[in-house]
Design a protein around this ligand. Structure first.
Ligand code: FE2
Length: 231
């Protein structure tokens, strides 16, 4: 089956890291109009424990992510945006003052799907050879990249996200507040860390740094990063 004959929803339902890749920055060739559906997690809800517990996933995915999706569907129902894909809604509402609520919910749906796909059980470790070379070229070393990600995630004031992105052919680390996403800033997202308190408070309380370190060491899905980079 050709990629462009699949709906975006079918891609997400495939539930693999690769399935999330078409979300990234590429022109929208498939339509996935409302009602949008919550993509399944690419692993069981206890697969990321003890770094991220099943309880956290139950609230984070089952309540928060779901709530953003429910709000999105309510907000676009009966409007022209009901015919748009999720990416189109995010892009067309970014920076539009009277669409802030819709942007926040749509972007949070996108950001969370991307976050889940960037994690995997038994992740971390070393990236593949091609990605490792790119990291060395753009950051100097894997350790330097890790340090930048840690700093961005730990210093994001309040709710938000730390991102590894590619911009102008070069990888870099950025952070965004609340629902903001590099998707609307001319950058290609490669990986993200959710640093909203709901992402870690049940497991780590106020110890955000412990959550970030554990996630970077044990859950980062380098294959997902590499596929996004090469897409
Ligand atoms: Fe979150």
């Amino acid at each position: 089956m050709q990629e462009d004959s699949l709906s975006r929803r079918q891609f997400l339902l495939a539930g693999t890291a690769l399935a999330a890749a078409p979300l990234i920055g590429a022109p929208v060739v498939a339509r996935a109009a409302a009602p949008h559906v919550l993509p399944p997690l690419p692993y069981p809800d206890n697969a990321l424990a003890p770094v991220i517990s099943a309880q956290t996933i139950g609230f984070h995915y089952g309540k928060h992510h779901q709530a953003y999706l429910t709000n999105l569907n309510k907000m676009v129902e009966g409007t022209a945006m009901a015919e748009m894909s999720l990416e189109q809604v995010v892009r067309s509402t970014a920076g539009v003052a009277d669409k802030a609520g819709l942007f926040n919910n749509a972007a949070q749906v996108w950001n969370h799907t991307f976050y889940w796909n960037g994690l995997r059980p038994n992740g971390g470790g070393a990236p593949g050879k091609e990605l490792a070379l790119r990291i060395e070229k753009d950051f100097g070393s894997l350790e330097a990249l890790r340090k930048e990600l840690f700093t961005a995630a730990s210093t994001q004031f309040g709710s938000g996200w730390a991102w590894l992105v590619e911009e102008g052919g070069k990888m870099k680390v950025v952070k965004t507040g609340n629902a903001e996403t590099p998707l609307t800033r001319g950058m290609k997202p490669l990986f993200t860390i959710d640093v909203w308190e709901h992402a870690y408070y049940l497991d780590y309380q106020n110890r955000r740094a412990d959550y970030i370190n554990a996630l970077l060491d044990k859950l980062i899905n380098w294959e997902f990063v590499g596929k996004n980079l090469m897409s």
